[in-house]
Design a protein around this ligand. Sequence first.
Ligand SMILES: Cc1ncc(C[n+]2csc(CCOP(=O)(O)OP(=O)(O)O)c2C)c(N)n1
Length: 311
Amino acid sequence: MVEDIYRSLRLIRRTEEEVARLYPSDVIKSPIHLSIGQEFVSVGVIGAVGDDDVVSATYRGHAAYIAKGGDLRRFMAEMYGKANGCAGGKAGSMHLIDMERNVLGMSAVVATTIPVSVGYAMALKREGRGRIVVCFFGDGASEEGVFSESLNFASLHKIPVLFVCENNGYAIHARIEERWANEALSRRVETFGIPARHVADGNVFSIRKAAEELVGYIRAGNGPAFMECAAYRWREHVGPNEDYNDGYRERAALEAWQAKDQMEVVGAMLDQGRRRTIDAGIEEMIADAVQFADAGPWPEPEQLYAHVFAD
Ligand SMILES: Cc1ncc(C[n+]2csc(CCOP(=O)(O)OP(=O)(O)O)c2C)c(N)n1
């Protein structure tokens, strides 16, 4: 298990670092919202569900896509806007989808994937095979009205969905202290009759454990559950750079999170020879994905009109 967690953390981190490195060359045709530093939330939670379970996320969704086993070649080709990308080159970084791996999709419109996830989970409940949806979103998304509506509906109808709030303390540049009158998000969620956990220690194993417990609760037919996971966005809101000179946050906070970087913490638990082998394999995968993206064809203009309406 430790090795799997490390591999996933490392693959996400290195893939995003490669995306950031390539970005200034303009081969990437999409805005990017990096999850560097926050990967452990996706890795911990998704480790607690099975391949048949379904995951949705936000425009900051690379980590969830990759942790769920989304195709890395098609991921990179999507960044490049190529026809062999996971959404044919039309979606870019913010709308990743891979239904073969049960990645339901991401959206740039804050909180919109929350009701979509509830709807999909309702269909899974009717299907009756015990599958669940994991729905990732940010602290900012929890301020949208549709969040409360979705909690109420899911609780009322016992919908099998695990809501996961990645609380990185910012909505773009607005600090949470300026936005929330009361920080007790988990207690607010509990008032909907939904069990809620707050994992504040930034530890991937704590997240995995809490997720396993809540997934068991959901699979037993009890309805939805909720997790709030403290995290920190290391890079700027959108783009490949750092932004510690913008005046809205201090580098000291970054350094505190970097000191407990889960990729390094979990990596140190492995045999170091084994770790080097894993790392080398990951570099090969990423180089292969970049080559695939580079060589891919552009979409034909008429593809603009495909997939706009459902038949
Ligand atoms: C409905 C809607 N309102 C506003 C925006 C502009 N916007 C883009 S990202 C963002 C902040 C969201 O913060 P959070 O949900 O905490 O996610 P994070 O970026 O921290 O991962 C806002 C307000 C949007 N994309 N969609």
